[in-house]
Design a protein around this ligand. Structure first.
Ligand code: ADP
Length: 768
């Protein structure tokens, strides 16, 4: 049977047709194929014998029941480059694609098909040159983003100068499925192929991106303990390879001796012995061996009944606490009370103290001093960011990479059953599908239950009732409610400049001098210089940055002392500070240089303490719009609207003409635009700023105010009064309006600040 395409005249001799059903062989492309079916092997033998070793490679349109109608119009002229019979009975060949050709006629002869073909001439146009460049660019992008697409392809680009060849080369590398690849042979126009190629590369790029995203997610899911476990197993394997593994028998002997000496209950001892027997009976190659060994390690090293005796001398405790920390009387008192009652009754549950305050005010270091003063060990964990209850109570031993929770880990590190156990960042735990760590922590802290604390990994009960827990947090409102209930909250607020000065002189400087091997005979720092450090080189509620800055200063001095032998004594004043530490890092807001219309000092409370917050307003011709700038949060924007509407509703009282509102736009601005500001406490200040503006009355620059305002002009209480007042005092404020509700907070403000400021409590907005 003869089959002709559109009556085309066959010009070539007939070639054997190699039918390929699972791969596409492109021109200029070499592939290795193995055959084990007899028909194909025979055919290859024939091709091997003919001159040129040519054949026609064709991908049939459908795989089943191939007959002459199953072939597409185009195929690839191929040459058998190498044929080898390999020992497994297969025939391995190397096949080279030469050219895309048009099949002109096709016949079935015996078991094979034969075909004649026409060469195809492909004309390169200006357009195809443009596409050439586009494809090269896309390829570069593709290679940088798709990791498995090596650079190998780039080196092959050199010899290529037509779009058709370029497409053939690239597509032979692309991970496209067979069915989609076939169209690249039967599409003759290289521009059409280029378009397909761009589409397919983009599709694959998207796929690769998705894959990378998923991998990253999985990586995240694999939590730290599991990662650690995999790493440890790897190390063990390597040790085994290097012949460094332990000899199990001698180890069992050693462990048995240790168990005998353990001071744990007989129940726990039985359990450990059982595990030890299991360990002994297992083959060292068993995967369980490592897990049991690790478990034994935990059980043997836990301080089952190992405790320290508390110092009984109250005076000694007090003096240690006083020498390490300035003020903080409430906490220190609480510790002394605890000891006193304990001495009197001899059996007392430890209090669960929670120190709440901004960073650097001494929460953690005080807890460490408490341990020292009581002669207890310390354990410290942070629960910030924890979202998995297994972090607290451990994983069950069946879990890959199981570990005890952080409580047991802390206890093991401390080495006693009665350490001071610091739990940092108790306000930063989160809750999700992995459970609620706060409720697990509740069990840990509950004195009714914690003498029988059960960690999922340890499986045996551990007595936590002798532990003195001290938690720390930044914000009391963010401590999970059920926990807050259990804790004795003690607030530590930010320090004033003068408190900081005291802390620096009595604690930080002596401590740092000692650490740098200096004495006060070599270095003296003047009070005004310390105040400069506090005001212009640090910005914080606590003293951590101050401590670091002092350390930096002393480091530079030590260096100078050693470099130049002629100076033996440093008396540090303000000038030297700038010389040693460089230019001032912070300047605080200052009040305007004179009283102005439309500028009033508000008061801010930030993580760094307090500061004044001047609010400005201007008027210009318009139609009653309100413009707000200065990164104001939603609540603060609302305050602006409330203030304006309150004034509109009471304009007669304030002596303002209604035309002022109708014919002007108002612009309210809060300087230091990059810092976002929010909260309702600027309400009173905004109101005053606007009244000053509309009524054209100056407001004294020595005055500051804080308070929320309602639509009816009531003044409501605010938070952070102490910090706000300290900041205002620094800025030179002489008179402060506060909400009546906050009058009680004035007690907290140090007298040396109170004496310079006149406070006026208000509960209603009135213009006097
Ligand atoms: P927090 O836990 O509140 O963030 P830290 O306990 O880490 O703060 O304190 C930071 C540094 O400041 C510590 O070196 C500490 O000694 C010092 N410090 C803080 N408050 C005081 C204080 N009242 N007296 C002495 N040093 C203090």
């Amino acid at each position: 049977r003869n089959f002709e395409f559109g009556g085309a005249v066959s010009v070539s001799e007939k070639l054997l047709v190699l039918i390929v059903n699972d791969m596409v062989i492109f021109p200029n492309n070499e592939v290795r194929i193995e055959y084990d079916n007899t028909y194909d092997k025979q055919m290859i033998d024939i091709v091997d014998r003919i001159d040129d070793n040519l054949m026609l490679i064709v991908n049939p349109i459908e795989e089943d029941n191939v007959n002459v109608t199953s072939f597409p119009k185009y195929g690839v002229l191929g040459r058998l480059k190498l044929k080898m019979n390999v020992p497994n009975g297969k025939t391995r060949i190397v096949l080279e694609g030469l050219d895309r050709v048009e099949i002109s006629s096709l016949v079935e002869e015996g078991n094979y098909f034969k075909a004649s073909y026409n060469d195809i001439e492909i004309i390169e146009t200006e357009d195809s040159k443009n596409y050439f460049n586009i494809i090269v660019k896309s390829l570069e992008n593709y290679i940088t983003k798709v990791p498995y697409m090596g650079n190998a392809i780039m080196s092959q680009l050199n010899g290529i100068d037509t779009l058709s060849d370029l497409c053939d080369l690239i597509v032979s590398f692309l991970p496209i499925n067979y069915e989609d690849k076939k169209k690249y042979i039967t599409t003759i126009d290289p521009i059409e192929r280029a378009k397909y190629l761009i589409q397919d590369m983009n599709k694959d790029l998207k796929y690769a991106e998705l894959e990378q995203r998923i991998e990253a997610e999985v990586e995240k899911e694999l939590n730290d303990t599991q990662k650690e476990y995999f790493l440890r197993e790897k190390i063990k394997l390597m040790q085994k390879e290097l012949g460094e593994g332990n000899n199990k028998d001698s180890e069992v002997e050693r462990l048995t001796k240790k168990v005998a000496k353990l001071k744990c209950s007989s129940k726990v001892k039985e359990k450990i012995k059982r595990e030890l027997d299991r360990y002994d009976s297992l083959n060292s190659n068993s995967p369980e061996v490592g897990m049991i060994r690790e478990y034994l390690d935990w059980m043997i090293h836990l301080p089952w009944n190992n405790y320290t005796n508390d110092t009984n001398d109250l005076n000694k405790v007090k003096s240690i606490l006083d020498s390490s920390h300035y003020a903080l009387e409430e906490v220190k008192d609480r510790i002394l009370e605890y000891l006193a009652v304990k001495q009197n009754t001899n059996n007392l549950r430890s209090p669960i103290i929670c120190l709440v305050g901004p960073p650097g005010v001494g929460k953690t270091s005080l807890a460490i001093s408490i341990a020292k003063s009581l002669n207890r060990k310390t354990a410290k964990i942070s629960v910030g960011g924890i979202n998995d209850e297994a972090e607290i109570v451990g994983h069950r031993r069946t879990y890959i990479g199981a570990n005890p929770g952080r409580i047991i880990q802390g206890i093991r590190k401390a080495g006693t059953t009665n350490p001071v156990f610091i739990i940092d960042e108790i306000d930063k735990m989160t809750k999700d599908i992995k459970g609620d760590p706060a409720s697990s922590l509740l069990e840990v802290l509950d004195p009714e239950q914690n003498n029988k604390f059960s960690d999922h990994y340890i499986e045996e009960e551990f007595d936590l009732s002798k532990v003195m827990f001290i938690a720390t947090a930044n914000y009391v409102e963010q401590i999970p409610y059920e926990l807050r209930d259990r804790l004795e909250i003690i607030n530590i607020s930010s320090y004033t400049e003068y408190e900081k000065l005291d802390i620096a002189k009595n604690h930080l400087i002596p401590k740092e001098l000692e650490e740098h091997g200096l004495t006060s005979l070599q270095v003296q720092i003047a009070d005004e210089a310390i105040l400069t450090l506090i005001r212009n080189y640090t910005k914080e509620a606590g003293v951590r940055e101050l401590e670091r800055t002092i350390a930096t200063l002393l480091r530079k001095i030590v260096k100078n002392l050693l470099l130049t032998n002629d100076v033996a004594f440093y008396n540090i004043d303000n000038d030297m500070i700038e010389e040693l530490l460089g230019k001032k890092k912070y300047v605080y807001m200052e009040t305007s240089s004179e009283d102005e219309v439309g500028v009033v000092n508000g008061m801010a409370y930030t993580a760094f303490g307090g500061d004044i917050l001047p609010i400005e307003a201007t008027l210009f011709k318009g139609k009653g719009d309100l413009v707000l700038t200065g990164s104001l949060g939603e609540v603060m924007q609302e305050s602006c609207h409330i203030a304006l509407n309150y004034i509109k509703a009471n304009m007669d009282k304030f002596g303002i003409d209604s035309k002022t509102f109708e014919e002007n736009d108002v612009h309210i601005h809060v300087p230091e635009g990059a810092v976002s500001k929010d909260g309702p406490s600027a309400g009173v200040t905004i109101t005053t700023t606007l009244i000053s503006l509309f009524a054209n009355k100056k407001v004294s620059r020595d005055v500051a105010m804080t308070g929320e305002i309602t639509l009816r002009g009531r003044v409501l209480g605010i938070g952070g009064l102490k910090e706000k007042v300290i900041g205002s005092h620094r800025a030179g404020i002489k008179k402060i309006f506060i909400p009546t509700e906050n009058e009680k907070d004035l007690d907290e403000i140090p007298d040396d600040i109170k004496k310079d400021i006149k406070f006026i409590a208000v509960n209603n907005y009135k213009v006097g």
